[in-house]
Design a protein around this ligand. Structure first.
Ligand SMILES: Cc1cc2nc3c(=O)[nH]c(=O)nc-3n(C[C@H](O)[C@H](O)[C@H](O)COP(=O)(O)OP(=O)(O)OC[C@H]3O[C@@H](n4cnc5c(N)ncnc54)[C@H](O)[C@@H]3O)c2cc1C
Length: 332
């Protein structure tokens, strides 16, 4: 949808096709933007470029659609080993990490409700997106222009000289000629919980991420499954989340809902964008994996710049990295 947004901003005549039958990952996502992730506090790839651009994009969309969905939020990381404490302290001295090292302290009242840890650290520069407002806002914007088609796109409706930009997540495999593009589906679950005694305004990251919502509930996630038989929720994944939540908090909770979605990832964990090597006027933006809300603004803009101005697409994300010697997309 961001590709359509940027093309529209360039003055292009854009029609946004959206298949409401598909459970899009974007609508399921917990909507967290986090510059420091992983057990060893790794800086998100390209964070210094991605985050300011994402913030500016979301702020500009908010202004245009007249609704608020983007909220900067403190992220509190719990360290459960001394080695993690040491890692954090090393990061805090490193200039590359300094923009993301915060000084916000969580209240002692909340600390008392969390499992014991070796330290609690503040990541700054994170944000939370209300994905429902953002996605509806963009769809409404195109609908008002009479440029939203809320049904499955098929090439039978294609008119000559039109450009088709497939930003269709894991549905890419069902498009003739695109099935070889190495987008790997990774299933994920998160819980929506009521934790009446917690009262946290910050994201808390221990064995799970606990993300406070405007309605007073919390999103607790998430799981990763590279192999799965169906797209429905699975008790084993719910149990993993419950166990990890109980390792992170020591106050009661109730599960209000379970969310399940399929992330479109890539085998080298980088987005996939560019022009199809053999189908002219066909473009692709995909492979956002676990971080669509951080990555998509920057790379949707990069694809739009390529289409409109012929500016280059970075090698690391260019679909050309998957081409074999015969200029064909290598299969998975
Ligand atoms: C459980 C879970 C939690 C997540 N949490 C986060 C998070 O906190 N932060 C974060 O940044 N990312 C998160 N993600 C990842 C994020 O959801 C993805 O990176 C991102 O949504 C991928 O966006 P996309 O537009 O490429 O694909 P999708 O969101 O899957 O969108 C594909 C679109 O293509 C459309 N489409 C497909 N086929 C057709 C057709 N034939 N005709 C018309 N339209 C079609 C669909 O309608 C849909 O709108 C999470 C994912 C999951 C599953």
């Amino acid at each position: 949808m961001l590709t359509a947004w940027f093309l529209d901003q360039e003055g292009c005549d854009v029609t946004l096709h959206n298949n409401p039958e598909i459970q899009a990952a974007s609508g399921i996502a917990a909507g967290l933007i986090n510059p420091i992730t992983g057990k060893r506090f790794a800086k998100t790839w390209m964070a210094d470029a991605l985050f300011p651009f994402a913030n500016a994009t979301y702020e500009s969309i908010q202004q245009t659609i007249g609704q608020t969905f983007f909220q900067p939020i403190n992220i509190m990381r719990l360290a459960d080993t001394i080695s993690q404490v040491n890692d954090w302290e090393a990061r805090a001295q490193n200039d590359a990490f300094k923009p993301y090292i915060g000084t916000h302290a969580i209240s002692t009242e909340i600390i008392g409700k969390l499992a014991e840890s070796k330290g609690v650290f503040n990541i700054k520069g994170g944000a939370k997106i209300n994905t429902a407002i953002l996605l509806k806002g963009i769809k409404d914007y195109f609908e008002q222009k009479n440029k939203l088609v809320n049904e499955a796109f098929s090439t039978t409706t294609y008119r000559e000289n039109e450009r088709i930009i497939y930003c269709n997540g894991t549905a890419i495999h069902s498009v003739e000629g695109l099935s070889g593009i190495p987008v790997i589906p990774v299933k994920g679950h998160y819980l929506v919980c009521s934790i009446p005694d917690l009262n946290a305004k910050e994201v808390i990251q221990g064995a799970v991420s606990i993300i406070p919502q405007e309605d007073g509930l919390y999103r607790i996630g998430s799981t990763y499954q590279w192999e799965f038989a169906h797209n429905e929720s699975e008790q084993m994944q719910i149990d993993i989340l419950k166990q990890n939540l109980e390792k992170t908090i020591r106050v009661p909770y109730t599960i209000e809902d379970v969310m399940v979605g399929i992330r479109p990832t890539s085998d080298d964990r980088r987005p996939i964008l560019g022009e199809h090597p053999t189908h002219s006027n066909v473009y692709i933006l995909n492979g956002f994996g676990t971080k669509g809300y951080s990555l998509a603004p920057y790379f949707a803009k990069q694809l739009v710049d390529y289409i409109v101005r012929d500016t280059p697409i970075e090698k690391e994300v260019n679909i050309s990295r998957f081409l074999n010697a015969n200029y064909h997309i290598r299969s998975l």
